[in-house]
Unconditional design. Structure first.
Length: 127
C-alpha cells in the first residue's frame, strides 16, 4: 500500500494502541480524536466487528505550517493512525502524508508532508 505505512506487530491489541500513543508523543504528536470502530458499529448498526481503532494524530507546528500554506488542507488533518486485529494478528498503519497531499498542487506542502511522513514512518517502525 503506497498511501500508508504499516506492519504486523507482536503485541496485544491494547499494548499496540499504547505503544502507538507513546511513539506518537515522542515524535511531537498528540491524539485529537479516537474512534473505536468496533463499538461504533455495534452501537449504530448492531453488527459485530473486530478490534479496530482510528487515532487522529496532530503535530501542531506542522499542522500550522500546512494550514498557512493551504487553508483547505484541514480536509486531510489530522493524520490517521490505525490499530486493528485481522485473523488474530495485530496490525498498525499510518497515513503517508506525501501521498495524501500529492493531490494538492502546492509546493509549500511538499516539505511539510515529507517531514511529517518521516515522523509517522518512525512511529510505525518503532512499534
Amino acid at each position: 500500500m503506497n498511501y500508508g505505512f504499516g506492519k504486523k506487530v507482536e503485541l496485544s491489541f491494547d499494548e499496540a494502541v499504547l505503544k502507538v500513543r507513546t511513539e506518537l508523543s515522542k515524535e511531537g504528536f498528540g491524539v485529537l480524536t479516537e474512534i473505536d470502530v468496533k463499538a461504533t458499529l455495534k452501537k449504530k448498526l448492531d453488527v459485530d466487528y473486530g478490534e479496530y481503532i482510528i487515532l487522529g494524530a496532530c503535530n501542531p507546528p506542522f499542522a500550522y505550517e500546512a494550514l498557512k500554506a493551504e487553508k483547505e488542507i484541514g480536509l486531510f488533518l489530522p493524520c490517521n493512525v490505525i490499530v486493528y486485529v485481522d485473523k488474530g494478528e495485530i496490525y498498525v498503519s499510518a497515513i503517508n502524508p506525501i501521498e495524501a497531499m500529492s493531490i494538492v498542487e502546492n509546493e509549500k506542502l511538499e516539505e511539510v508532508a515529507k517531514e511529517v511522513g518521516e515522523k509517522l514512518k518512525r512511529v510505525i517502525d518503532l512499534i
